[in-house]
Design a protein around this ligand. Structure first.
Ligand SMILES: C[S@@+](CC[C@H](N)C(=O)[O-])C[C@H]1O[C@@H](n2cnc3c(N)ncnc32)[C@H](O)[C@@H]1O
Length: 261
């Protein structure tokens, strides 16, 4: 299976519970659209739309919305939940639209999961009309109270444990995303940070939270005995966190809005 197919399958599995596990995406989608401020009637493309956090907000602004996603499961939900939008299965790196088709291209929490973000950014630019806007969001989770988990992952997978002051523990930092946007030829870049503390109900909810971040796949790839050991130690760490003030993550998102010249 290729990594793209694995990614698609992961999001297919998540489709029916995605916004229940990650409720903050709805607020970030709304804020992203507010920052981009499309006019009513603007043609908006939501790439990697998931369950429609951005599409929902753009529809509320009276926009003409097209939502695309690589996952068939997500597209089926988009078509069912947003009959006023066009929903299509499509790869962010090969958009099946003519040049200059949209006034706003938005992608919430997507660019960092793509195998080749430069190719996708070039596509976003191509399908935007001159003067159109790009709006991207990125998660920015610091180590904080999850230090024990990074240390556990370091022990099992040899992954480096990030410092407390590192900008991001994710696959891409805000500065890297800004550089990518500028390299793709966008101008008037403005970046903002929003705070989104995430309270999680129990250790199982923390496990679900980590699923799209690659941890579950990495654990599945371990020999059975080690996978079991990891899971036992994970639950002990999460239960300890719950007993000491609850499982609450210091989560932030960055919003990046730029213009196609
Ligand atoms: C983290 S989710 C974000 C969903 C949504 N934008 C939000 O803000 O809630 C990433 C989404 O990107 C989609 N995706 C991943 N790779 C993709 C690709 N190459 N092309 C299009 N969509 C992709 C996934 O299926 C998933 O729905």
């Amino acid at each position: 299976m290729t990594s793209t197919e694995q990614g698609r399958r992961k999001y297919d599995e998540l489709a029916d519970k995605y916004e229940e596990i990650f409720p903050y995406v709805v607020d970030v989608g709304r804020l992203l659209v507010e920052h981009a401020a499309p006019a009513a009637g603007a043609r908006v493309l939501d790439v990697g739309a998931g369950r429609g956090a951005v599409a929902r907000a753009a529809l509320a602004h009276g926009c003409d919305v097209t939502a695309v996603d690589a996952s068939a499961g997500m597209v089926a939900r988009l078509a069912m939940d947003f009959p006023d939008a066009v929903a299509r299965q499509m790869d962010a790196g090969a958009l099946d639209f003519p040049d200059g088709s949209f006034d706003l291209v938005a992608a919430g929490f997507v660019v960092q999961v793509l195998p080749d973000p430069d190719v996708a950014l070039a596509e976003f630019r191509r399908v935007l009309a001159p003067g159109g806007k790009l709006a991207l969001s990125l998660e920015k989770q610091t180590v904080g109270r999850l230090r024990w988990l990074f240390e556990l992952a370091g022990e099992f997978f040899g992954a480096p444990v990030p410092g407390d002051d590192e900008e991001s523990t994710g696959a891409m930092t805000g500065r890297q995303l800004d550089a990518l946007i500028e390299r793709a030829g966008f101008t008037d870049l403005a970046t903002d940070t929003v705070e989104m503390p995430v309270p999680l109900a129990d250790p199982a909810a923390l496990w679900d939270w980590l699923t799209p971040r690659g941890l579950t796949d990495a654990v599945r790839a371990l020999p059975a005995e080690q996978a079991e050991q990891f899971h036992v130690r994970f639950l002990a760490g999460a239960e300890h966190m719950q007993a000491n003030g609850g499982i609450s993550l210091d989560f932030r998102a960055t919003l990046h809005v730029a213009r196609r010249p």
